[in-house]
Design a protein around this ligand. Structure first.
Ligand code: AHR
Length: 633
């Protein structure tokens, strides 16, 4: 076939900031991932999350040498390091002779990753009641203690008030499974907190910085913006704070003030994605990373409506005012002069110059459009009154179709919203069939930010479908002015969500095929779209009407190995049901269905049986053939 490009023709200009990334602390993307800290649960604050039995001693175990004895416990009492870092490790020492006793940290995944010749900075806060002090021996070793990966760091803790101690290792071996051992001699009570091991070699050499290989993979995309910190993480859980006043709320929405200042004074949180997060990677680090990438920072703040299945509007006027003020303070933290209250905090952290924030998102995927919009406009009006140049971004709820979506758009339009963030995850066929989605969007309405999207797998066919779809985004660059694939990162041992753009364990990382597609588009952004036509054996996408699915089979039947192809035999989607039925959904009112023993079972008294891929509930008229192995019925 022939593609004809009208180089002189004029299509919409493409915003140079069109493509960026969306970082959310999901799939343990931060601790044990992008945040380079190597010690897991360094501040002993882990608490159970959902049904997961995290404790203050998660990833820690006791160790003793010959003659060493004692006990360890994670304790929250008046001897704590500070009000927001409440639990510490209490080590009761009953050693005899040269014996030592202490705690071993097992890091993330297989352990602590070290590279021979590189430097690693150890630090700890400690206090002891031993009159002559407590000697500490800190080692990098294997689990059994037979191999050492560096010469030990030796320190002596003096005095029963909290002080920071530090030392540096130079690794003599390379491994992905080291342990950090902190052993103490003598007797008495030793208290430890913020036990930390950081590679010196972080991205751009930043202290408290980012894991180099992951940050470099993100940098290689040349993102023009970075959205953070979520996602569902932002507006789920309690909207109250981690303060004595609010009752030390755990499982909170992401509240930026928790995440700045000295790391030992930052609160930790039990997050929506089922694990504890340290906030070592906090708002200052996000802004710094954006600057290092040459990307615009795009923070997302909670709007006091919980999303992601929690679907609750919080009715507390004082709390709403506090969150609105927090958002104004955030803008001052980013942009205010070093003499302003919050600008001074940024300067104290090492960045007197402003970070140049020009847009902010309020809320994420709220399922209650009316309640959300009532709050959004209050945020927006307060921000605009003080900072008229800041773009305030809204969203269209969790679905890309349906009544919530329609209502959200109606409200966004009615309230003159500048930009609406849309999210959708769908099948490759959906992306192929919906290439023209934005052709019909109102040119005079709000701009669209496709803030989260992915075709639901990490195969080549997914990446191709995304690439095809992105041509549709660019063709509509006058409406779609920003786009970001999601999620960005996934630790292979802690996956809550797939597909993902970049995968990693504790010493390796690799991009998916979708990563290559994003890189191709993101590093080759044109100035404007030029009209093109295709002639030959290519069918133009067809309007979405009619039915697709197992529409010819009736009543109680079992099927396996279902494959749906287009008329020319092109595979559109398939499933052997071995992983359950989560990819499929029946159309409303069309019988019952389930997966039993790896087979799809359908029981239906209507004239048609229809099932579609999950999330793909639209009727469509497409020339399809469906094949399945019929097992019974
Ligand atoms: O990207 C994963 C999740 O998908 C985000 O947290 C949420 O916004 C969306 O539902």
């Amino acid at each position: 076939y022939t593609i004809t490009v009208d180089a002189k023709g004029s299509g919409p200009a493409i915003d140079p900031d069109m493509y960026g990334v969306f970082f959310e602390d999901i799939n343990r993307a931060a601790d044990g991932g992008l945040y380079a800290e190597l010690v897991q649960n360094r501040s002993f604050e882990y608490l159970p999350v959902d049904n997961r039995a995290y404790t203050g001693l998660t990833s820690w175990s006791a160790i003793a040498s010959a003659g060493g004895s004692g006990s360890i416990a994670a304790v929250d009492d008046a001897a704590r390091l500070n009000e927001r870092n409440r639990t510490y490790l209490k080590v009761a020492l009953t050693n005899t002779g040269e014996g030592t006793y202490g705690a071993l940290n097992s890091g993330y995944n297989t352990g602590i990753a070290l590279q021979a010749g590189k430097r690693y900075d150890f630090s700890v806060w400690a206090r002891t009641d031993a009159a002559t002090g407590t000697p500490l021996t800190v080692t990098l070793r294997d689990q059994g203690g037979l191999t050492a990966y560096a010469a030990p760091v030796r320190l002596t803790v003096h005095g029963d008030t909290w002080r920071a101690y530090s030392g540096t290792f130079v690794a003599t071996g390379t491994t992905d499974a080291a342990r950090l051992a902190v052993e103490a001699g003598g007797t008495g009570t030793l208290r430890l907190d913020m036990v930390s091991l950081f590679p010196r070699d972080t991205f751009m050499g930043r202290p408290n910085g980012l894991r180099r290989d992951l940050a470099e993979k993100i940098a290689a995309l040349e993102p023009r913006f970075i959205r953070f910190p979520g996602g569902c993480l932002v507006n789920t859980g309690s909207m109250y704070g981690y303060t004595a006043e609010d009752g030390w709320q755990r499982a909170r929405s992401y509240q930026w003030k928790d995440t700045i200042g000295p790391v030992e004074q930052r609160a930790t949180n039990a997050n929506f994605w089922g694990y504890n997060q340290s906030y070592g990677l906090g708002y200052y680090e996000y802004f710094q990373f954006a600057e290092d990438l040459g990307a615009k920072p795009v923070p997302v703040v909670p709007a006091l409506v919980t999303g992601c299945g929690q679907n609750r509007a919080v009715d507390d006027e004082a709390l709403l005012r506090r969150h609105i003020q927090d958002t104004l303070d955030l803008i001052e933290f980013a942009n205010g002069p070093a003499t302003s209250t919050w600008g001074a905090k940024r300067a104290a952290m090492g960045h007197p110059r402003p970070f140049g924030l020009d847009r902010i998102e309020v809320g994420n995927e709220e399922n209650l459009p009316d309640a959300f919009m009532a709050r959004f406009v209050q945020f927006r009006d307060a921000i605009k009154a003080r900072y008229p140049g800041i773009t305030v971004i809204s969203n269209s709820g969790p679905d890309d179709i349906g009544t919530t979506f329609d209502r959200a758009w109606e409200l966004n339009r009615a309230n003159g919203v500048e930009m609406v963030d849309e999210h959708y995850y769908n099948s490759p066929s959906w992306f192929l069939q919906n290439n023209r989605r934005y052709d019909s969007y109102d040119r005079n309405g709000p701009k669209v930010w496709l803030g989260e999207y992915a075709s639901q797998d990490n195969k080549l066919s997914n990446a191709l479908a995304e690439a095809a779809y992105m041509t549709g985004l660019e063709r509509n660059a006058d409406v779609v002015t920003m786009a970001s694939y999601a999620p960005l990162l996934a630790n292979i041992d802690y996956v809550q969500w797939r597909p993902d753009l970049i995968w990693f364990d504790n010493d390796q990382s690799w991009g998916s095929v979708s990563y290559e597609v994003q890189k191709l588009f993101m590093t080759n952004v044109g100035d404007r779209v030029v009209p093109s036509t295709v002639r030959g054996a290519v069918r133009a996408p067809e309007p979405v009407t009619g039915a697709v699915g197992l529409s010819t089979w009736r009543t109680a039947a079992r099927y396996d190995d279902v494959a749906v192809t287009s008329a020319d035999g092109t595979p559109l989607f398939s499933d052997d049901f071995s992983a359950g039925a989560d990819r499929w959904t029946p159309l409303a009112g069309r019988g019952t269905w389930s997966v039993v023993d790896g087979a799809y079972v359908q029981s239906d008294t209507s004239a048609e049986n229809t099932m579609v891929e999950a999330g793909d509930e639209s009727w469509r008229d497409y020339d399809l053939s469906v094949k399945a192995t019929k097992l019974s019925g």
